[in-house]
Ligand binder design. Structure first.
Ligand SMILES: CC(C)(COP(=O)(O)OP(=O)(O)OC[C@H]1O[C@@H](n2cnc3c(N)ncnc32)[C@H](O)[C@@H]1OP(=O)(O)O)[C@@H](O)C(=O)NCCC(=O)NCCS
Length: 156
């Protein structure tokens, strides 16, 4: 299915970072099945907000978002990506990632990487569909907390 035309992507830099963060945290359970609140540290909005994007529906509601950063060694790190439950499988995740990819390429990035729980089948299927390859990192988030590191080339 293609993304509905009513959705607009806006760079976080154009918005008030604390206001957007508060709104997304208030709507947390419409985007996430597990508690990701601690991952929404203000630094992702205040300092790295220039790499983030918000997707808004025609009614102005937040329907998806992405947080990330590009490191000095040309790695685009996609920290969080979420699409509201009622907007999934419409191509919006793909659109948000394409937005980040373009920005990352223009910043000199060669590779994009994200980290997810191995049991998050939707996230793994999504990133794999976009061409990422997965590597299991044992105990990455603490003892017994393995994560999958998903890596994709950004070269055109
Ligand atoms: C992962 C997530 C961002 C995908 O967003 P989305 O807008 O639904 O994804 P898209 O519609 O752009 O899907 C693109 C492709 O990814 C794959 N895909 C996406 N979700 C999938 C799922 N649940 N199962 C299998 N494949 C899936 C499909 O190949 C899909 O293409 P298709 O719909 O033409 O078959 C969304 O499920 C989500 O917000 N999940 C919860 C948060 C999360 O886990 N984020 C990732 C951690 S960084």
């Amino acid at each position: 299915m293609s993304a509905p035309d009513d959705v607009t992507l806006v760079g976080l830099a154009a918005l008030s970072a604390p206001v957007v963060r508060a709104r997304l945290l208030a709507a947390h359970d419409r985007f996430w099945a597990v508690d990701t609140r601690p991952l929404h540290h203000p630094v992702w909005f205040d300092q790295f907000g220039g790499f983030g994007a918000l997707a808004r529906g025609a009614d102005g509601e937040d329907v998806g978002y992405l947080l990330g950063v590009v490191t000095v060694d040309r790695l685009a790190y996609l920290h969080l990506l979420a699409v509201r439950y009622d907007r999934r499988r419409t191509g919006l995740g793909r659109r948000l990632v394409a937005w980040f990819d373009d920005l990352a390429r223009n910043t000199g990035a060669r590779v994009v990487q994200t980290v997810t729980r191995p049991e998050d089948t939707a996230a793994v299927a999504f990133h794999t569909a976009l061409g990422a390859s997965a590597h299991r990192a044992q105990d990455r988030a603490g003892p017994g907390e393995d994560r999958l590191v998903l890596t994709r080339s950004l070269t055109r």
